[in-house]
Design a protein around this ligand. Structure first.
Ligand SMILES: Nc1ncnc2c1ncn2[C@@H]1O[C@H](COP(=O)(O)OP(=O)(O)O)[C@@H](O)[C@H]1O
Ligand SMILES: [Mg+2]
Length: 306
């Protein structure tokens, strides 16, 4: 199986940026203002199941944490994603996210956690521009994506590989047809399409099964297909929304190893999960959504190492 690939210099290669630059005569765009996210709590007791999320949230309150840390850049590392004053309310409801500010550097790996309904999926939907923020800005490679035109939004989404807990595959189609779908939409045809599909399937170890129907696959295999599909445009950012929620231990680890490989290849990764066992096995920085805010918690602070 080939090593997973991920683009490096995203800011320079952004299709949205290139299009803008062509139109605006390569005008240099400004960097976003520095933004902050609460940072907090030391690793302590190790409660089981989802209880750890509540324990971490309670510690946040006890310690009355002040903003610090996360807004401070590591030197020479570009900001990949910056949320500033971001509020999201669905119609007629209290905000899910209220005045959230946060910065994620290029090449970071974060878990995103919080109780069910906290807003994890909403964060992804905002970053993919499937939902519009009620107020605030979202910068991506230094560019405010809330201001993109519809055509630019489509290009923006190609920078992001996204997988979901429920795979979102076409059950009546083959593995290769599922992987082909976004490529066909983007105009890939013939040998160019076949080569690209082959490459993506090799990266998850399923090239030899390309003609198999998706319906007969196990949950874990379906998730591998959805990861292969997510690699269509060599994403610089990879989001996974509870990707192991339906998988057994072995397949959950295989999926996480693939995601870790993407990170090691240079992708900026955010994985939403409740699964403390997984976080402990594949350690990374952790963001907790609590009381409509985003906090960095030190539950599993080490770099992803396996
Ligand atoms: N399209 C929508 N319309 C109205 N409310 C929504 C919509 N999507 C999510 N919500 C609500 O927003 C809150 C956060 O949802 P979600 O982001 O899915 O949380 P999580 O992924 O953490 O479980 C929940 O209360 C949910 O019911
Ligand atoms: Mg969700």
């Amino acid at each position: 199986m080939n090593a997973l690939r991920c683009q490096g210099d995203a800011a320079a290669r952004s299709p949205v940026r290139e299009r803008r630059q062509r139109r605006a005569g390569s005008r240099e765009r400004g960097r976003p203002a520095q933004v902050e996210c609460n940072r907090d709590v030391r690793e302590g007791a190790r409660p089981r199941g989802d209880a750890w999320i509540r324990v971490e949230a309670n510690r946040l309150e006890r310690l009355r944490l002040q903003s610090s840390g996360m807004g401070v850049s590591r030197e020479n590392v570009a900001t990949k994603i910056a949320l500033e004053g971001l509020t999201k309310s669905y119609l007629g409801m209290l905000p899910v996210l209220d005045d959230v500010s946060c910065k994620i550097d290029e090449g970071e790996f974060y878990y995103l956690t919080g109780v069910s309904g906290a807003g994890k999926t909403t964060v992804f939907r905002l970053l993919l521009l499937i939902e519009r923020p009620s107020s605030g800005t979202i910068h991506f490679d230094g560019e405010d994506i809330t201001r993109l035109t519809v055509a630019e939004q489509a290009l923006h989404r190609r920078r992001i590989g996204m997988v979901f807990q429920d795979y979102r595959l076409l059950a009546s189609d083959s593995i290769e047809e599922n992987v082909a779908l976004p490529l066909r939409v983007a105009g890939y045809r013939g040998s160019r399409l076949r080569k690209k599909i082959e490459l993506q399937l090799e990266q998850v170890g399923l090239a030899h099964r390309r003609r198999d129907g998706v319906a007969g696959l196990s949950g874990g295999e379906k998730q591998l297909v959805s990861i292969a599909r997510a690699l269509a445009f060599d994403p610089t950012v990879f989001f996974a929304d509870e990707p192991t929620g339906n998988l057994d231990h072995t397949m959950a680890h295989r999926v996480m190893e693939l995601i870790r490989n993407l990170h090691q290849a240079g992708c900026t990764v955010i994985v939403a999960t409740h699964d403390l066992t997984l976080i402990r096995a594949f350690r990374a920085r952790t963001l907790l959504i609590k009381d409509r805010k985003l906090h960095e918690v030190r539950l599993a602070e080490q770099r992803v190492s396996g």
